[in-house]
Structure formats: structure tokens, C-alpha cells
Design a protein around this ligand. Structure first.
Ligand SMILES: *[C@@H]1O[C@H](CO)[C@@H](O)[C@H](O)[C@H]1NC(C)=O
Ligand SMILES: *[C@@H]1O[C@H](CO)[C@@H](O)[C@H](O)[C@H]1NC(C)=O
Ligand SMILES: *[C@@H]1O[C@H](CO)[C@@H](O)[C@H](O)[C@H]1NC(C)=O
Ligand SMILES: CC(=O)N[C@H]1CO[C@H](CO)[C@@H](O)[C@@H]1O
Length: 664
């Protein structure tokens, strides 16, 4: 902890822009002088980053200044510690004085300006210092002076670090969007209880340590998966949609100042260490992209896939970046569109071919994954877009038909998709086979569709994904034990953000569908004592009562029946207009709202026998959105105790880096 830097000029700046809330000139920059990394940024010793300074001159709007001409003669200096002199930045960083860059951008000051289509126009003068690092732990102060007497001050801290390795391997699981209320609901449907007592627990309930992390963005209190993953993997706060960069105001999505990720640092400091990325999302999506890619715009899916293979710098050599992930040893997930030349691949290249040329074994089915030689660098892409959901793969496999989502792009159906468990276990074998002796490995494995199914209010599928994650963690621990690596492996499980989901009772779906009006249908919801016990039956596992229950094909810790008469009655904090009947959508993932006349309204084909729920979001939202809640973090293995307590999402990067002993 350190005191907030209270600076009079900052306060003046804050007063003039106090109204900027929805829309900001630049979120990290309350004054007209901007420093990126902004005030209150922390670093790991030697961690690479870029620095950008901007001087803004709005030509109109409430902050109009200097007739719209930005001060090009600004000065920028950095001071180490409390007493040293503030040294010219180029000299301090040991780089050439960068060239001056200029551009302009527009933004709306508020919703009234947007309605009137009156954007404010801002002219900018800027410099960028690339590939910097600060080796010595301690405090640093960066000062930008502009417009004569104005100044912006940023206080940075290089944290102390550990060189002692406690964990040879790190397996980092992300349950995307997973909150404690979802874990509670998944436990209720996946585990039997008698008289209020569970007869078995989730793997998440049985980890060595647990804590709570705060997920706010650098400039908004609700986060998205790009900037929260950036926080987890770089130890830096960032903005919505930004991947491992601080968002600047320039139009280019690739020139924003970068920050080194845990994967890049691991590759640079642990020679011979192996790197794995597994996700049930399209593999260029924000969370899997956050290990290796750098861009202001998470939608640059083609660029992300190119950056994994080459380096962020290969996008444009002008934006030098002296580190990269050096071609991860294993990449498994969906998202074939970013590899297919005629779809969204980078510059229309056949990226499968490009990966093969760099030595990757490229495969497309669960069968091929199972048979793959673990010694090979492996790219497994099993479908276009996101992968099939656990409920569809295991309960309603017919839903995998007629999707035209083959990863080869030939228009057939991707019917042989592995689950998170199969991918994660195989990835472990590949990392084990490819890591140099004692060099260990780092893997991120993401249950992406907890989030994706919560967005579409498909609670059954979301909880299925969560139970699959839990099953994956326990199978992983068994596997690591079998191969003698459990005691060498730190396992961390957390979420990147939450959704406002919770359960408030049970619903008699039979009664609900037979009533004629909204208000009568809602009588089917039983609260308090009328909520009863869970009617979901579970498959037997290592449980005392397993004799009486029919074993499903899914194994223990999953319900054997996904649509009992009495379901969970649940709600959502942020939703479009929709209709609810609490039954499993058996045609595939739910579509709660559709576009009609320029806004999203209740999908007339969804839950036709349900009751209407009014939206809480604007008509431009087709889905639910993320919410504020802190999220849980669980850890087991060497170094797990560091994850106890309540802290910020950025702290997780430092804890993981220390466990791996990545201090220089
Ligand atoms: C600012 O100036 C630009 C360019 O002349 C104009 O398009 C815009 O509407 C102006 N905005 C305001 C808020 O006056
Ligand atoms: C690289 O970036 C520079 C500076 O923004 C730009 O002028 C140039 O056109 C870019 N090159 C490519 C190939 O995009
Ligand atoms: C539970 O199932 C296992 C495997 O089918 C069996 O060996 C065990 O005896 C069962 N336990 C009880 C208490 O029925
Ligand atoms: C609705 C539809 O197109 N159904 C087709 C799905 O695919 C099977 C074969 O895989 C066809 O028989 C169906 O007609």
C-alpha cells in the first residue's frame, strides 16, 4: 500500500471533467497531459513495457484550449526514489529521443452531445518510448510538463520480487464470468444433499487456499474479459477491450504502449520452459489472446493468431517489442475462422499452413488429439467460433449437427470436439514432453462458456460448463499425481469478472407452463420453505449412497437429468427483454432477444410458454452484461498460501511470478 499522490493540478483537472462518466476523452487522463503507464502502476523488476505521453488540445467542448493547438514542446522526465533529480526520459530509459507524433480524435462528452451528434475534436502531440524496463525495486515518479505551467505526475512502483522458485509448473484455470453464486448453484445440481448436508463437494471446495479478488478496470468499475485478463497476466490495470496495452488515443490499434505478460516473462526467464493455451472459446478470443497478444482492440482475432505465431512486433516493425511468447508449445480451442484464408485470417493468409511451416502438428478432431504425439508442438482447432457446450456434447449431441462449423472450413459439422478435460489433460502431456528437464511449464486453461452462456441467460448450459471445469480440475490433479508432478504444480482457479446471476427459489415448470398470464405463471416460483430441495439427481461417485442411482454416461458430479419438473428459479442483474420458463432449451444455446426495428426485444420463439421479464438495459443490448461483484480465487500446490485473503486482480500476476521465481 502507498499513499495516493494528491496533486493540486490533478484536482483542478478532476473538477473540470467531473461530468465525464459514460464517455471519456481518454479514461486514464483526467488532465490535458497524459502519461501511460498512468499514476499508480506497479511493475515486476525488469518487466518490459512501453511509455507514451500525450498532450491534448480540444478545439471545442468544455475543455477547449490553445485554439486546438497541442503544445509540441512538452517535457517529460523520470525520477528514481525520493531524492534523485528528474532526468529527461530518453536519457533515463537509455533510448533515443523519440520522434513527435501528431493525430486527432473525437469523442462525445455525454449522451446529450451524442444525441445531437456533436463530437468534441481533440488534437494530440505525443511521444512513445518502447521496450523499457525498470530493474530496481522502489518508487519512481514521471512528470510531464506542458502548456507552460501545467504538469501531470505519475507515481510508479517496482515491487520487490522472488528469485526462489516454489512452483516448477503453473496451471492457471479461468472460469470466465464465474461467480460464487454460480458455484453454489452448480454444487446444488451436481452434488447430492440429505437434510441440508452435502454428501460430496466440488473440487473447488477442496482446494488448499481461497481468496477474493477485485476486478475493476483502470477507468471503469465494470470490466470486460480483455482488460481483466490483462490485469491477471501483466499485473497492470487496463481499459475495456484492451489486450496487454494501455489504451492511447491514436487511431491505430497496435501502436498503444504494451506491457509484458506472464507468458512472455516466463519464456524469457525460464529457458526451455513450455507454454500452453487451452480454451473452449474461439482461440483468438480475449482470454486466450491475453497470454501473448497486444492490441487496443480485442476484436482483432486474425492479428491475435498471427501474433502467437510470429510476435506482436511482426504486425508492424515500427512498434518494436523485444519479447514474445516464442510459439506456444500447445494451443487448443475453437476459432477456425482466424486460420482460414477466406475468412478473418491475418492478411488473408492460410494460417494452418503458416503454423505447419513453423513445425506445428495441426489437428482438427478429438480423435486426432487423443492420438497426437506429445513431443510435437501442437495446434488443435476443433470448430469455427466457440466450441460446443458440455450439455450439448453429452446430453443432446444432435445439437452438434447442422452447424456447418468444421475447422477445415469445408462446411461440414464439427461433431468430434473434445471437452475442456480432454484438452487440458492432453496439453499437460504435451507440455511435459516438450519442456526441458526441470524447466517446467505454464498453462492457461479457460472454461469460456460459463460466461458465454450466462450472457444469453442460458443458466443450464452455463452451470454445465462450470461443472465441467470442476471435473477438469479434479481429473487434472489425479493426472498430475499419476505422473509425479502434483507436488511441483501450483494450480490457480479464478474468474475474470462476474455476471449478476443468482438463484432465489425453485420453479414448478409444469405448473408454470399451464397458467395463462404472467402473474399466474410467476406463482410457480417457490421461495423460502417453498423452494424445497434440489430435484436434480446426480450420478454416483465416491459417495456413500451410490447404489440407488442409475449411472449416467457423464460420470460423477453431474446431474443425470437436466430437466426435472422442479428447476432452479434464477435471475440476472442486467438483461434485455426476455421470457422465462426455467426449462432446458433443448434446441441448443438460448437466444433470449432478437433485433427488431433497430432494437433488441424478446425473442418470439424463446420460451413461448414462459412469463415476460422486462429488460434493465438499453435496446441496443442483445444479451446480459457483466456485473460488479468481486470473484473468488482458489489455489492448491506449492505457493498456494499466497492466494489467501482479499486483494486486487493485478496482485495475482505478482503472486504467480514469485511462485515461479521469475525475479531477475
Ligand atoms: C467541434 O468541431 C468539429 C469540427 O469542426 C465539429 O464537427 C463538432 O460538431 C464540434 N463539436 C462541438 C461540441 O462543438
Ligand atoms: C506501421 O506503422 C507506421 C506508423 O504508424 C505507419 O506509418 C505504417 O504505415 C505502418 N505499416 C504497416 C505495414 O501497417
Ligand atoms: C459405490 O459404487 C462403487 C462402484 O460402483 C462400488 O464399488 C461401491 O461399493 C458403492 N458404494 C456403496 C456404498 O454402495
Ligand atoms: C434441419 C436440418 O437441416 N436437418 C438436417 C441436419 O443434418 C442431417 C444429417 O446430418 C439431415 O438429415 C437433416 O435433414
Amino acid at each position: 500500500m502507498r499513499p495516493l499522490q494528491v496533486h493540486t493540478l490533478f484536482l483542478l483537472g478532476l473538477l473540470t471533467t467531473a461530468a465525464a462518466q459514460h464517455f471519456k476523452r481518454l479514461g486514464t487522463c483526467p488532465t490535458l497531459g497524459c502519461i501511460l503507464p498512468p499514476d499508480q502502476t506497479d511493475f515486476y523488476p525488469g518487466q518490459l513495457f512501453d511509455v507514451r505521453v500525450e498532450v491534448h488540445a480540444p478545439i471545442n467542448g468544455s475543455e477547449a484550449s490553445n485554439k486546438g493547438v497541442p503544445d509540441e514542446k512538452f517535457s517529460f522526465c523520470v525520477q528514481s526514489g525520493k531524492n534523485g533529480a528528474c532526468q529527461d526520459a530518453a536519457k533515463f530509459f537509455g533510448v533515443h529521443e523519440p520522434a513527435l507524433e501528431k493525430w486527432s480524435f473525437t469523442y462525445f462528452e455525454d449522451l446529450f452531445a451524442q444525441d445531437a451528434n456533436q463530437p468534441t475534436l481533440v488534437n494530440v502531440a505525443s511521444k512513445v518510448y518502447r521496450g523499457i524496463n525498470l530493474k530496481k525495486a522502489g518508487e519512481y515518479t514521471a512528470t510531464l510538463k506542458y502548456n507552460g505551467r501545467s504538469e501531470t505526475v505519475a507515481s510508479w512502483v517496482v515491487r520487490s520480487s522472488s528469485r526462489k522458485q516454489t512452483a516448477k509448473n503453473v496451471l492457471f484455470f479461468i472460469g470466465d464470468g464465474m461467480t460464487q453464486s454460480m458455484i453454489t448453484a452448480a454444487r446444488l445440481i451436481g452434488h447430492k444433499s440429505i437434510n441440508g448436508r452435502y454428501q460430496s463437494l466440488m473440487q473447488l471446495d477442496r482446494m488448499d487456499a481461497n481468496g477474493i479478488q477485485m476486478t475493476h478496470s483502470i477507468d471503469s468499475f465494470i470490466t470486460d474479459s480483455a482488460n481483466s485478463a490483462t490485469a491477471l497476466f501483466t499485473g497492470k490495470k487496463s481499459s475495456v477491450s484492451a489486450l496487454n496495452v494501455w489504451a492511447d488515443s491514436s487511431p491505430n490499434s497496435f501502436d498503444d504502449p504494451k506491457m509484458e505478460t506472464i507468458a512472455e516473462l516466463f519464456r524469457r526467464r525460464r529457458k526451455g520452459g513450455a507454454l500452453g493455451i487451452v480454451s473452449t472459446a474461439f482461440i483468438g478470443d480475449a482470454t486466450p489472446a491475453s497470454l501473448c497478444a497486444h492490441t487496443r482492440n480485442r476484436n482483432e482475432e486474425g492479428a491475435v493468431i498471427f501474433e502467437y505465431l510470429e510476435s506482436p512486433e511482426a504486425i508492424n516493425k515500427t512498434f518494436t517489442w523485444p519479447t514474445n511468447c516464442e510459439q506456444p508449445d500447445v494451443i487448443l480451442g475453437g476459432g477456425a475462422e482466424a486460420f482460414l484464408a477466406d475468412q478473418v485470417a491475418w492478411q488473408g493468409q492460410d494460417m494452418y499452413k503458416a503454423y505447419r511451416q513453423k513445425g506445428y502438428n495441426v489437428l482438427f478432431t478429438g480423435k486426432d488429439l487423443n492420438a497426437a504425439n506429445p513431443k510435437d508442438r501442437t495446434l488443435g482447432i476443433f470448430c469455427t467460433n466457440n466450441m460446443a457446450k458440455w450439455v450439448d456434447r453429452n446430453i443432446i449431441p444432435g445439437n452438434l449437427r447442422n452447424q456447418s462449423n468444421s475447422p477445415t472450413g469445408d462446411g461440414t459439422d464439427a461433431v468430434d470436439q473434445p471437452g475442456l478435460k480432454e484438452m487440458t489433460l492432453k496439453a499437460i502431456d504435451i507440455l511435459q514432453a516438450r519442456a526441458d528437464k526441470n524447466a517446467g511449464w505454464f498453462m492457461m486453461s479457460e472454461a469460456a462458456s460459463i460466461d458465454k452462456m450466462m450472457h444469453v441467460l442460458d443458466y443450464d448450459r452455463a452451470l454445465g460448463e462450470l461443472l465441467e471445469l470442476d471435473d477438469t480440475i479434479s481429473a487434472t490433479m489425479d493426472h498430475l499425481k499419476k505422473i509425479g508432478e502434483l507436488d511441483n504444480t501450483l494450480i490457480v482457479v479464478t474468474a475474470d469478472h462476474g455476471h449478476g446471476f443468482d438463484v432465489f427459489g425453485s420453479a414448478d415448470t409444469k405448473y408454470l407452463t399451464q397458467q395463462s398470464t404472467n402473474i399466474l405463471k410467476r406463482r410457480a416460483v417457490g421461495t423460502y420453505e417453498a423452494s424445497g430441495s434440489s430435484e436434480f439427481q446426480v450420478a454416483p461417485g465416491a459417495r456413500p449412497d451410490n447404489a440407488t442411482i442409475v449411472v449416467g454416461p457423464q460420470g460423477p458430479s453431474f446431474p443425470v437429468q437436466w430437466d426435472p419438473r422442479y428447476k432452479l428459479a434464477a435471475g440476472f442483474g442486467a438483461n434485455p427483454d426476455h421470457r422465462e420458463n426455467y426449462k432446458l432449451t433443448d434446441s441448443g444455446p438460448r437466444l433470449p432477444a432478437v433485433g427488431m426495428g433497430g432494437i433488441f426485444v424478446t425473442n418470439p420463439d424463446d420460451n413461448t410458454d414462459g412469463f415476460d421479464v422486462s429488460g434493465t438495459l438499453g435496446g441496443d443490448e442483445a444479451q446480459g452484461v457483466h456485473s460488479l461483484t468481486d470473484v473468488s480465487i482458489f489455489a492448491s500446490g506449492p505457493g498456494a498460501e499466497a492466494f489467501r485473503g482479499v486483494y486486487n486482480n493485478i496482485d495475482i500476476f505478482y503472486k504467480v511470478a514469485d511462485a515461479m521465481g521469475l525475479g531477475a
